[in-house]
Design a protein around this ligand. Structure first.
Ligand code: NAD
Length: 288
């Protein structure tokens, strides 16, 4: 029988650790505080930011979404970012992407102070990952870090396995490949120019799809012998309004060993990890 790798049981099992840690801070008079900077009203961003706020509040932390007008100038935007970096009451801070057109040229990677960087995008944090840190409280990008939590929960062995990651973005694919490498998997990082993607996937133990091409991964990409683990990161809105992953879930779910659904798989793990990173940020928060 194939296993559906739902996020819900993982979060149910892990959330108490976050609540307890949060409570320790509250008992010491510190309220873990996440500030989310949202510019404009991009529909998906509104949902993501609301979910982040809701989850932080669920563990007892505080989260405020600071919404700026979609026409905000670069100067005003940068002033707000500087203010949030300097604000000692803010322990975690993230800039919700995408930014509107007039700000989209800004490289946001290093805008948030490394020690508040709950998204794990800052070069200092990425460099720790690059150097091979497997420290649990590393501020690492939330989606791949959440996937590692999910794999561990379901006792999916990574060491010695061959993994293919499809998609080489800075927020998912590349850090995912690093995390799997750090955990001793043998990793192939595939992308839009990769040749023979079907056979690469057919020969892997773990396949992580993160390219945003709905239902692209059909049975042709798999061994269909219930031996492979598939993690579907993609989220695309279909014409009928429903969400689809990169995998043709209905047609492959019975022929793989395990697979994450969309929605209900990787997405909630990303949100969970934002809250987890907020507490990790506080653990390493610099003293005055
Ligand atoms: P992106 O959109 O920045 O880049 C897509 C990547 O996929 C590129 O590296 C490209 O080379 C590769 N690619 C595109 N078409 C391909 C093809 N036909 N064959 C092989 N490779 C191909 O990537 P992203 O920001 O990592 O987003 C990827 C998907 O994951 C999107 O659907 C996004 O919505 C989703 N996503 C989900 C979560 C979550 O929490 N579940 C988080 C982030 C992104």
């Amino acid at each position: 029988m194939s296993q559906i790798l739902l996020a819900k049981p993982v979060i149910k099992a892990e959330i108490n650790k976050l609540k307890l840690k949060c409570q320790e801070y509250l008992d010491n008079g510190i309220t873990p505080f996440l500030k989310v900077l949202l510019v404009g009203d991009h529909p998906a961003s509104l949902i993501y930011t609301r979910n982040k706020k809701k989850f932080c509040e669920k563990i007892g932390a505080q989260c405020e979404i600071l919404t700026l007008d979609s026409r905000t100038s670069e100067e005003d935007f940068m002033e707000v970012v500087e203010g949030l970096n300097a604000d000692k009451s803010v322990h975690g801070f993230l800039i919700q992407l995408p930014l509107p057109k007039q700000l989209s040229h800004i490289d946001t990677t290093n805008l948030v102070n490394a020690y508040k960087d709950v998204d794990g995008f800052h070069s200092d944090n990425i460099s720790k990952l690059y150097r091979g840190s497997t420290r649990e409280n590393l501020l690492a990008p939330c989606t791949p870090k959440g996937i590692m939590t999910l794999l561990d929960f379901y006792n999916i062995e990574v060491e010695g396995k061959s993994a293919v990651v499809i998609g080489r973005s800075l927020i998912v694919g590349k850090p995912m490949a690093l995390m799997l490498t750090n955990r001793n998997a043998t990793v192939t990082l595939a992308h839009s120019k990769t040749k023979n993607l079907e056979s690469l996937c057919q020969n892997a133990d773990i396949i992580i799809t993160a390219c945003g091409s709905p239902k692209m991964f059909t049975q042709n990409y798999f061994k269909n012998d219930q031996s492979q683990v598939v993690i579907d990161v993609g989220i695309s809105r279909q014409e009928d309004g429903s969400l689809s992953g990169d995998c043709d879930f209905e047609n492959i779910k019975d022929s793989v060993k395990a697979i994450t659904p969309v929605p209900g798989g990787v997405g909630p793990m990303t949100i969970f990890t934002v809250a987890q990173n907020l507490l990790h940020a506080l653990d390493n928060y610099p003293e005055d």
